[in-house]
Design a protein. Structure first.
Length: 486
């Protein structure tokens, strides 16, 4: 392909989050002529990456956290047929088509992920990104987390100019519409729509779909997550751009699905706030009540980093998908507790439970009885704010397993909480190179997936791996495309 051909490229990348930017920069560094297609305007591009703090489940720059692979293994799928799953112990080349196309987190994909994580961070370091073990919003933790200094925005701001310097052609305000294939099913191009409606067909030798999940698409959310998804919203502005076309267009040409299509990464947020990721990780120190004024879950079964998603799913199950965190003045005994409340809205405050109930429109008598029952069930052990303390309720259903102290000291505080949809779990089946597989488990030639578009998660999210997944598989996909571009 000649550089003068403005519609033909060696590699087209769809999406400009960490996955897309990693693929685009890597491809250009390896000598490919690269185009990047992005729905958002420049300056608002970067998808979810732009707005996240980008926690990374690493114990050093070069090693993943100790529980990295075991957590994925524990949440690798549903109840797969053991007669097929036993093939995972064989060399990948010996796997049957059933095993290759099975909807689960393949061990070889997780191994490729873990192996490439360190080298990918070192590559990002050469692009000017700095990393450190910085404080997080989690006051109690079970695993190690590395962060890019400046969060996900630092990744976008480092890789965007690197891509431009390397010669990547950016097409902002441009939406991918459908894939183009030849007679043998190889992906050879992409149909796009530019701002104003102009349609264009782009030609390529390889294409990386890094266009996110479908948390910005109400129809797909309702189709896969159910009608209650009306109560969900993306955790940040970037998620609204993720409308699922990348997943849909690949499924349309026979790609295999992977990941839990009926689920998503849930994070508790304050619905009153419009800031990116207004997370509320304070709930283990109080009680959660629904609109009827009743408790409905154990607020503190473990460290907040390990349990916030499961608790948030219980909030999502309540009427209108909302709950209220009730605290009293003793929250000030928790060091730096404000760090766990990321909202720009102040908690609702009151001098009495009756006043608090009136402000949140919950039946005052019911709320008072709920709090009284809880207070009477609280134990008398030692409260240790920053570690699992075993201070639990007795004889109360549901139980509170830790940090159970009476709520009896004015002033009282309340924060409403809903479940946000950080990203959807359902996506495309890919191998360890990021190649998209068809429903027979064979690679669709010329097609790759990375980031949220690549289905990987089931049941419980392996926390602090999403940004890392995007960087790793964006890079692996471009490396494989470059090695096979002849």
């Amino acid at each position: 392909m000649t550089n003068s051909d403005t519609s033909s490229f060696d590699l087209i990348v769809v999406g400009s989050g960490i996955a897309g930017l990693s693929a685009a920069v890597t491809g250009a560094e390896l000598g490919l002529k690269v185009a990047l297609v992005e729905r958002a305007p420049e300056g608002e591009h970067g998808g979810n990456t732009r707005y996240t703090e980008a926690y990374l489940r690493m114990k050093s720059m070069d090693e993943v956290a100790d529980d990295f692979e075991s957590h994925f293994a524990a949440n690798a799928g549903g109840y797969p047929d053991p007669g097929i799953l036993q093939e995972a112990a064989l060399d990948y080349s010996s796997w049957s088509s059933l095993m290759r196309s099975m909807c689960l987190a393949d061990p070889e994909v997780i191994d490729a992920f873990a192996t490439a994580a360190g080298p990918t961070l070192r590559w990002l370091e050469t692009a000017g990104v700095k990393f450190d073990f910085l404080p997080t919003a989690f006051l109690t933790t079970t695993t190690t987390r590395l962060l890019p200094v400046g969060g996900g925005l630092a990744l976008v701001e480092a890789l965007t100019p690197a891509a431009k310097t390397a010669g990547v052609t950016f097409m902002f305000c441009c939406t991918a519409k459908s894939l183009v294939t030849n007679g043998d099913g190889t992906v050879t191009g992409l149909n796009v729509k530019h701002a104003g409606g102009r349609q264009e067909a782009l030609n390529c030798r390889a294409l990386v779909l890094a266009s996110g999940g479908f948390q910005g698409n109400a129809e797909m959310q309702t189709k896969y997550l159910g009608p209650k998804s009306i109560n969900l919203r993306p955790v940040a502005r970037g998620g609204h751009y993720n409308k699922g076309e990348g997943i849909a267009m690949a499924l349309d040409i026979g790609a295999a699905p992977n990941g839990d299509f009926g689920s998503y990464h849930a994070e508790p947020i304050d619905p009153r706030s419009g800031v990116p990721e207004p997370a509320v990780f304070t709930f283990p120190y109080g009680i959660l009540v629904n609109k009827e004024g009743h408790r409905f879950t154990d607020e503190a079964p473990g460290t907040v980093d390990a349990i916030y998603e499961s608790v948030t799913r219980r909030i999502y199950d309540q009427r209108d998908g909302i709950a209220y965190l009730i605290l009293d003045a003793k929250i000030n005994d928790v060091p730096n507790w404000e760090r766990s409340l990321r909202s720009d809205q102040k908690p609702i405050s009151a001098d009495s439970i009756a006043d608090l109930a009136a402000q949140i429109e919950v039946d005052g008598d019911v709320l008072a009885r709920t709090i009284s029952d809880y207070n009477q069930a609280c134990g008398t052990g030692e409260f240790r704010a920053l570690e699992v303390d075993g201070l639990a309720t007795e004889g109360l259903v549901p139980r509170k397993s830790n940090w159970a102290r009476p709520i009896d000291t004015p002033g009282y505080l309340c924060v409403p909480i809903i479940s946000s949809n950080v990203f959807t779990f359902g996506g495309l089946k890919a191998n360890g190179h990021g190649q998209v597989l068809d429903t027979d488990g064979d690679p669709i030639q010329g097609l790759y997936a990375a980031g949220e578009t690549m289905g990987l998660y089931f049941r419980v999210y392996t926390g602090s791996t999403s940004v890392l997944r995007g960087a790793v598989f964006g890079r692996l996909a471009a490396q494989h495309a470059a090695a096979n571009s002849g």
